[in-house]
Structure formats: structure tokens, C-alpha cells
Design a binder for this molecule. Structure first.
Ligand code: UD1
Ligand code: MG
Length: 467
């Protein structure tokens, strides 16, 4: 493979009508990435450096996804979808630059880089002109059937809709993954016909045409591979089944790398997330996006982290929802904490029960233990934020900042009306509405003075008032 140039062509122009959806099939998500992500990643990890995706039906959506997430991958167009053979015909300008072209159905999210490498290596080592993957199945469904000639020398593929009863009984099927020798494919690709049950130009027909080509000998090969890897997605049910399999595959991968899970069947980890050794995940934990969970961290039940980075030994007690945020080493949060975008929780800091934090930093060893909203705030080190404290960051028009220094003590139920700054070592009285800065070391109190009316309650009772 090293010397030959191989390009990968991913066919994604079809409608996927059996999905009955407004989304093109390959943009349906498995966990939190589209089907197309999985195949593009497998091709990339197999070492194929240049790839292109064929877009057609709702192709703008596919183009947008590819441009955003895979800037090195080209988008080619098949404006009218006249079949998989037609998709390859109309993109020849792209693939004819290579020695070999790997052509894949876009709906194969389980395919591994190892199998792609195996296919390419066998193709090149055996000097084959077309090598494809097949699999043997008890349930051949509507897959194309592989027909091998008696001397096993020639292969052809018959689509389910064109197959007779005997052919339908064949249990070796076409997976939709092929490598072609480009110079040979160029000689065959225009000879396809659409005189078949679906009125389409079928790519699999190339195999039979190569076998029959009179002017020169062409060699075709079908390699039997693992059925599970080659499952295509055609219906919402198949999408759900493959999602379960991919979740399990990802969880097994991380468990072999030292991540512990009490109940793996309830844990969902994004294909982009990364976890270190000795991470422990309780039941029903979701680790999504490009989250990175540091060594020894424990993520409590029903927590969902999306694009969250944690240092070492972070402890999320349970029901912590966090997005686009960072927890430094030894930080603790939850139960029932909501940590929103651009928040950083310092080393050993603690965010407790029913606390929402947004676009804020909480310094080392600081605590926000109960019932608070902290938004657009910077809290220094070793400060304590009393129960019920709220940063009033929004005046109905704009958002403003609250700054709290080191070792500050914010009394319970303080309203911090931003913009406002509380100095280091400063204190606010419980129940204060703080609208002016409190200097370092000062006490800020802003509430009406208490009055006690002696005997008032006794008198009220004697008059027979309500209790
Ligand atoms: C195809 C194969 C079948 C094989 C099966 C494996 C053909 C004719 N048949 O059938 O032998 O067993 O895959 O899953 O190829 N596409 C285009 N342009 C088109 C039509 C389809 O880009 O004009 C794309 C689709 O988006 C999809 C892929 O090609 O990603 C396969 O199309 P699909 O309709 O799923 O083919 P199958 O009927 O499953
Ligand atoms: Mg299919």
C-alpha cells in the first residue's frame, strides 16, 4: 500500500428513504456524531490520506457537516441519484488521480480501520482489479447476493430485487466496500446498464463486467469479513441496534484501558471523548463531545458531561450536568449541580447542591455549597459563598461581572448586583443586596435594621387573633 496512491470515495448521495426522515441518512446521529463521522474516521485511521464524500440528496447539509468537521475531505456532487454505479461514474475526475480507489457505502458505522487495511493490503498483494468485502449471514435480507462461479474464479453480485428464489437463498452478501484498480475501473465504468428492477446503475455490476472483459484479463476477489462490522443502516430500527453495539464497543475499549463502570449498559461515551486510567463511572453517566476525564476521577450517577475537561481525582457526586467547562484537580461537585459554558472550577473547590454556574471561575479551595446562581463571576481562592447567594448579572439589557477576592465570606442570601466587586478578606451580611463595591477586609451590609416590638405577639394572641 505504501507505494500506491489510494483515495477513498464515500457514497452518501442516496435518499435513505427507509429512514423516513428530513435528514439525509448518513447525518443521523449515533451517540453524538453522525453516521458519516464513523466511516470517515475509520478510513482516516486506516491510513488513507485522501477522501471524498459524494453528496446529492439534501447534499448541502452533508457539505456543511464535512466542511465544518473534516476540512481535508472533499465534497463531490451527484446531482441526480441514478444508483451507486452512477455515483462512481460522475466522480471519476476525482478518483482517476489515484492508483486504487476504495469505494464505501456511507452507512457503515461499525467498519474498523483494521478491516479497511486488510482489504487494501489483500487487494494490492493479490494484484486484484476489484476486491470487495462480503459477509455470511443467516439473515441476508435485502443485501446483494454474492454469486461465485463453480471454479470459484469469477464473482458476480445480484441485487435482492433482481434475484430469483435460488439466488435469494444465498447467504453470502455484498457489504458495499470495494477497492478498484483505477486504470481497470476506467475501462468498465461506462459499460453499466440500468436495465434492472430498480432502473439504477449498480456499482456491484462492475464486478461481473470485469470478469467478462474480453480485451484483457481482470481479477476480482471477495473477502469474507465480520458480519457485525458490516451492518448497514437503512431503518430507524437498524440505527438503534447499531447505536447499542457502538456504545458497547466504546465502553469495552475504555474498560480495557482501566476505566471502571458499575453498569456499562447504561453508560454512554462519545466516540470523541477520552478517559484516563482509574476513572470510575456510576450508572447512567453520559460523557459527550470531546470531554476528557482525568485519572482517578469519579463521575456519579445520572451525570452528563459535554465537552468537559477534568483534572485528576475530580469527584462529581451525582446528577451533575456540565457543558464546555473545566474542573481542576480534586474539585468536587453535586449532587444536583448545573455547570454551564466557560466555567472553571479550581483545585479542590466545591460546588454543592442546587447550584448553577455560568461563565465563571471559582478559585482554589473556594466553596459554593448550596442553592446559588453564579453567572459572569470571578471568585478568588479560599472564599465561601453562603447558601442562596445570587449574582444579579443581568439587568434586562446587558450582562455584568461580579468579582470576589480571596478568603471572602459572602453571607447567606446575598444578592450581588453586578457590576460589583467584593475585596479579599471582605464579608457581606446575610440577606444583603450589595450594589456597591466592598473594599478588602470590610463588611458590607445592605438591609433594613431589625426592630423588636416587645410583647406584640402575646397581645395579639390575647385579642384572639389568628395563630
Ligand atoms: C447496496 C448494494 C448491495 C449491498 C448493500 C450493502 C448497490 C446497487 N447495492 O445496496 O449490493 O449488499 O449496499 O449495504 O450498490 N448512494 C449514492 N448515490 C445513489 C445511490 C446510493 O451515493 O445514487 C449511496 C447511499 O447514500 C448509500 C450507499 O450509496 O450510502 C448505498 O446505497 P443504499 O441505497 O443503502 O444501497 P443498498 O440498497 O443498501
Ligand atoms: Mg444500504
Amino acid at each position: 500500500m505504501a507505494q500506491s496512491k489510494v483515495g477513498a470515495l464515500i457514497m452518501a448521495a442516496g435518499k435513505g428513504s427507509r429512514m423516513k426522515s428530513v435528514l439525509p441518512k448518513v447525518l443521523h446521529n449515533i451517540i453524538d456524531e453522525p453516521i458519516l463521522f464513523y466511516i470517515l474516521r475509520a478510513v482516516n485511521e486506516a491510513g488513507v490520506k485522501s477522501s471524498a464524500v459524494i453528496a446529492g440528496y439534501l447534499g448541502e447539509m452533508i457539505e456543511n457537516y464535512v466542511k465544518l468537521s473534516w476540512p481535508d475531505v472533499e465534497v463531490l456532487w451527484q446531482r441526480e441519484q441514478l444508483g451507486t454505479g452512477h455515483a462512481v461514474q460522475v466522480t471519476r475526475e476525482w478518483w482517476s488521480k489515484y492508483d486504487h480507489v476504495l469505494v464505501l457505502n456511507g452507512d457503515l458505522p461499525m467498519l474498523t480501520p483494521q478491516t479497511i487495511q486488510y482489504l487494501i493490503n489483500e487487494h494490492i498483494d493479490s494484484s486484484s482489479d476489484c476486491t470487495l468485502l462480503s459477509f455470511i449471514t443467516y439473515n441476508p435480507g435485502t443485501y446483494g447476493r454474492i454469486i461465485r462461479s463453480k471454479d470459484a474464479n469469477k464473482i458476480s453480485i445480484v441485487e435482492y430485487k433482481d434475484a430469483d428464489v435460488n439466488e435469494r437463498n444465498i447467504n453470502e452478501v455484498n457489504a458495499g466496500v470495494y477497492v478498484f484498480n483505477v486504470s481497470k475501473l476506467l475501462k468498465i465504468i461506462d459499460n453499466l446498464s440500468n436495465k434492472n428492477a430498480q432502473g439504477e446503475y449498480y456499482l456491484p455490476d462492475v464486478i461481473e463486467l470485469m470478469g467478462k472483459y474480453e480485451h484483457e484479463k481482470m481479477k476480482t476477489l471477495a473477502l469474507v469479513a465480520d458480519e457485525e462490522e458490516l451492518q448497514g443502516v437503512n431503518t430507524p430500527y437498524e440505527l438503534a441496534e447499531l447505536t447499542v453495539k457502538i456504545i458497547r464497543r466504546i465502553n469495552v475499549y475504555w474498560m480495557t484501558r482501566g476505566v471502571r463502570m458499575t453498569m456499562p449498559q447504561s453508560v454512554i461515551i462519545s466516540p470523541r471523548a477520552e478517559l484516563e486510567e482509574d476513572v470510575a463511572l456510576a450508572p447512567s453517566v453520559h460523557i459527550l463531545g470531546s470531554s476528557r476525564i482525568g485519572k482517578g476521577s469519579k463521575i456519579g450517577a445520572w451525570s452528563s458531561l459535554s465537552n468537559v475537561i477534568t483534572g485528576r481525582d475530580v469527584k462529581l457526586v451525582s446528577n451533575v450536568i456540565a457543558e464546555n467547562s473545566k474542573f481542576n484537580d480534586g474539585a468536587i461537585a453535586g449532587p444536583f449541580a448545573y455547570i454551564r459554558e466557560k466555567t472553571e472550577i479550581g483545585e479542590r473547590a466545591f460546588v454543592g447542591k442546587f447550584v448553577e454556574i455560568k461563565k465563571s471561575s471559582v478559585g482554589k479551595d473556594s466553596k459554593v455549597p448550596h442553592l446559588s446562581y453564579i453567572g459572569d463571576a470571578e471568585i478568588g481562592n479560599d472564599s465561601n459563598i453562603g447558601a442562596g447567594t445570587i449574582t444579579c448579572n443581568y439587568d434586562g439589557v446587558k450582562k455584568s461581572q461580579t468579582i470576589i477576592g480571596d478568603r471572602a465570606f459572602i453571607g447567606s442570601d446575598t444578592m450581588l448586583v453586578a457590576p460589583v466587586a467584593i475585596g479579599s478578606d471582605a464579608v457581606t451580611g446575610a440577606g444583603s443586596t450589595i450594589t456597591k463595591n466592598v473594599p478588602d477586609g470590610a463588611l458590607g451590609v445592605a438591609r433594613s435594621k431589625q426592630i423588636n416590638v416587645d410583647g406584640w405577639a402575646h397581645k395579639k394572641r390575647e385579642k384572639g387573633g389568628e395563630h
